[in-house]
Design a protein around this ligand. Structure first.
Ligand SMILES: Cc1ncc(COP(=O)(O)O)c(C=O)c1O
Length: 420
């Protein structure tokens, strides 16, 4: 121990020792996110750490991220506007291409207006806090995404959780909020994922909407995994369209990092909502705007999904066919866990293949890799104990041969690891 200038004892402190210690603990407990290196574009056939693999774990559901039209639009935008935007939107970084993106996004979603953020995560973090004040209420599904949890944490409001997709539990929370606000002066915000990323199950948005309307609550739905996948007539407009709820779900968050094949978040809804968020969303106001190349590519993906455009391609239909075939077959070959079976009935692109204990899922993933398939395990504590799984993400670019190859390998390894 040393003495400071006033003669008091000073503790000897190592300000960074925790970095190595905690990292080593993460490694020792098998919790390290080992990053694999992609040496090719994100496509259905990839090279990962030098090995050719069939990609089954990207969110590139519509196989658009390396599509020639998106590449072309990105290059054109860079040539016209440069590599960066130079500022935040509200100061000097609002380019014509950002406004075009927002207009086309709102049109695609059949809504009045939209506002683009750097990512879906940042949109959730930035858009949730201004919607509620200190004494209002947030009621959030138990399994909502971490970015929603962080957005909710940034508020000072009263926060409650309802049991996952349980409408009785949601109504209990709504009743409690209602009872605590006899004059109806407070805001109630109900937040849910549209599609939950661990099980691929859908939120019952139609029932949430009815209950919320009854109690005068506002709904915020994060459609990160429904966008480009769900919707009527295979148009991929998302969960709000799936239930025909345009105009009745007040706030919808979308991301361009998944089915749309690029990156970026968007909030879509009324013009009032967008005007309000442009002036109150801190992560919008205080962060540089999207590089033009990203905006160009994002517009490119919207053009491909527009049935009125000569560029239209039926990728959503292809994705849904693949989902349907793969989900049915995976259950037929013996992976017949309730979660897997339930997902066979809902048209999302996430297929949890339940293996059981963590070690079995880890083994399955490494054996899949040896057999030429890239699919990663999701384990306890991210999912309940005993439901460790390989989470397959379906892709419109996979051919029947690819799917049959994957199914044959899962069948062989399921038997080898004694899963069924
Ligand atoms: C449900 C959900 N919401 C939000 C996000 C964040 O989206 P982004 O990748 O655009 O930041 C994700 C990404 O994993 C997600 O799964």
């Amino acid at each position: 121990m040393k003495l400071d200038c006033k003669g008091a004892n000073m503790v000897k402190r190592n300000p960074t020792a925790f970095l190595k210690e905690e990292y080593q603990k993460i490694q020792a407990e098998g919790r390290e996110w080992v990053h694999r290196k992609l040496e090719t574009p994100s496509e259905t056939q990839v090279v990962v750490d030098g090995q050719e693999l069939l990609m089954l774990c990207s969110n590139n559901y519509l196989n658009l991220s390396n599509h020639p039209h998106l590449r072309k639009r990105a290059i054109e935008a860079v040539e016209k506007y440069g590599a960066g935007s130079g500022s935040v939107r509200a100061i000097a970084g609002n380019m014509a291409i950002h406004e075009e993106w927002e207009r086309k996004h709102a049109d695609f979603k059949e809504q009045e207006a939209s506002i683009v953020w750097m990512s879906g995560f940042i949109a959730n973090e930035g858009a949730i806090p201004p919607l509620v004040r200190r004494d209002d209420f947030i009621i959030s599904d138990q399994l909502n995404h971490g970015s929603i949890i962080d957005g909710v944490r940034l508020t000072k409001t009263v926060r409650t959780i309802y049991d996952h997709v349980d409408m009785g539990s949601l109504e209990d929370r709504l009743r409690e909020a209602d009872a605590a606000d006899p004059n109806g002066e407070k805001r109630i915000l109900v937040i849910t994922d549209g599609v939950f990323s661990m099980d691929g199950d859908m939120s019952p948005l139609d029932e949430i909407q009815k209950l919320s309307e009854e109690y005068g609550a506002m709904i915020f739905v994060d459609d990160a995994h429904g966008d480009g996948v769900l919707g009527r007539d295979k148009k991929g407009k998302g969960i709000v369209d799936h239930f025909g709820l345009q105009g009745k779900v007040q706030v919808e968050m979308n991301t361009y990092s998944k089915a749309m094949g690029v990156v970026g978040g968007a909030i879509v809804g009324s013009q009032d909502l967008v005007n309000f968020l442009r002036n109150t969303g801190r992560s919008y106001l205080l962060s540089g705007s999207q590089p033009p190349g990203v905006a160009g590519a994002a517009i490119g993906s919207l053009e491909l999904l527009d049935p009125k455009s000569e560029l239209f391609i039926p990728v959503v239909e292809k994705l849904l066919d693949n989902c349907n075939y793969f989900k049915n077959e995976i259950v037929n070959i013996g992976f017949n866990h309730p979660i897997t079976s339930a997902s066979a009935e809902c048209p999302t692109a996430i297929v949890p293949i339940i293996c059981g204990e963590n070690e079995v899922a880890t083994k399955m993933s490494s054996r899949l890799m040896e057999e030429g398939i890239f699919a990663l395990p999701i384990m306890f504590p991210m999912v309940p104990r005993g439901t460790a799984r390989i989470r397959v993400m379906m892709n419109a670019g996979l051919t029947k041969d690819d799917l049959n190859l994957a199914l044959g390998t899962f069948e062989k390894l399921g038997k080898e690891l004694k899963i069924f």
